[in-house]
Structure formats: structure tokens, C-alpha cells
Design a protein around this ligand. Sequence first.
Ligand code: URA
Length: 238
Amino acid sequence: MASARPEDARDAAGLTAASDLGALRDHIGDCHRCALGDTRTQLVFGVGDPDARLMFVGEAPGKNEDLRGEPFVGAAGKLLDELLESIGLARSQVYIANILKCRPPGNRDPLPPEMASCTPFLARQIELIGPKVIATLGNFATRYVLDTQRPISAVRGRLFRAEGRAVVPIFHPAAALYDASKRDVLFDDFRRLKVVLDRAEDGTLQVPEQADGRLAPEPDGAAGHDAPHIAGRPSGDG
Ligand code: URA
């Protein structure tokens, strides 16, 4: 949405001018565009391969990330590393970023104004990295990337398209720390994610695009063993 604030116009110009991740990080600077700048220890920009084919988007840094300046280095990050390893990937082969680059106090949910000032940086990161596949972790990332209000439980493990990229929403790894039954679901969804990634890389992935071009759920008829691009979607999942 367009804004009349002069600082937003400066940001828009700076974002366009940032032609690589380093320049984007420099543009963000010692950010105080929202109040989280006053309470964070470190801004957590993102980590991984700047040319990654697969990018993960999480919610916001927690305590450990705030101290280390790197996303997903706490308990949820340990599980994310295990999940990556289960599909033969290392953290260095993917890119990991969050909806918010600064920790909300007490790990509370991101607020709309915080997301509004921070997500343009994520959008530019996605453009610069150019991943073929985005895995959104949890509700906040999924709602932003797919521009939807649907809960993660309604869309997880399915294949979507956003701005030409394949998107696979997945439960946030932290959810499995509180609810052990989600652990197996996460490992299953990572297996599906690997199928999508392999097909995106060998050029056989086809994601149907709806007229709005923004949120294109896999047609229900494509679920099951002969689904052309994502195997084994559980029935009745949204
Ligand atoms: N949870 C997130 O969503 N992101 C992190 O970086 C860490 C925990």
C-alpha cells in the first residue's frame, strides 16, 4: 500500500537501489523504523546461500537469535537443522530469514505496524535471492507470503504459488516443541518439500496459477498418488 510518509519514499528508493544482500543490509542499517529497534540486542538479517533455490521464512528472532544475530539458533533451530538433514540439506545450502528482523519483547506475536515496516526488507531479500521454492514456517510467514488469512493447519503440506515461486507452508518447528504429535507431521512435510524442490530444479514442477496469480492452491483432484508435483498430500487437510 502506498504511503505518504517521506521516510517510506526514501526506503522504497533504497530498496530498489540495493542490488545485493550486502547493500540491502547496509540500507537497513541500525534500524529504528519501529519500536523493536529500542529493545532488541541485534538485528537478525538472515543467513545462508545468497543464491539458494530453497528459502525458509520464519516469524521473528527469539532470545537466542537476538543474542547471536542469526535466525533459528535455539531449540526450534535445532529441530530445523534435523529436518533439513532428513532431506539431505545443510543450513548453508538454503537461506533462512524471518518476517521480523528484531525480537519482539517476550517473544510476543509480531504487531501489524512492525510487519508493515519490516516486510519490505524480506520482500527485497526474496527478490535478490530468487529462490524457486519458499517454505513458510507457521502462521505469520504463511499469511504474509500467501496473502491469506487461512491458518497454517488448513494449508500445511500443500503446494501454492506466490509471485511465480512455489510456496510450501509448514508448521513452525517450535510447534513440535510444545506438541510432540506435530513432529512426525513436520518430517512428512519436509519429505514433500524435497519432492517439490527436486521437481523445481529439474524443471518438472507445475504449480497451477489462478486468475489472481497470488494464491493458487493445489486442486483437490491433484491430491493422492498421481499428484503431478507433490506426493502424498493428506486428504481432508483444508
Ligand atoms: N523462531 C522464528 O520464527 N525465527 C527464528 O529465527 C527463531 C525462532
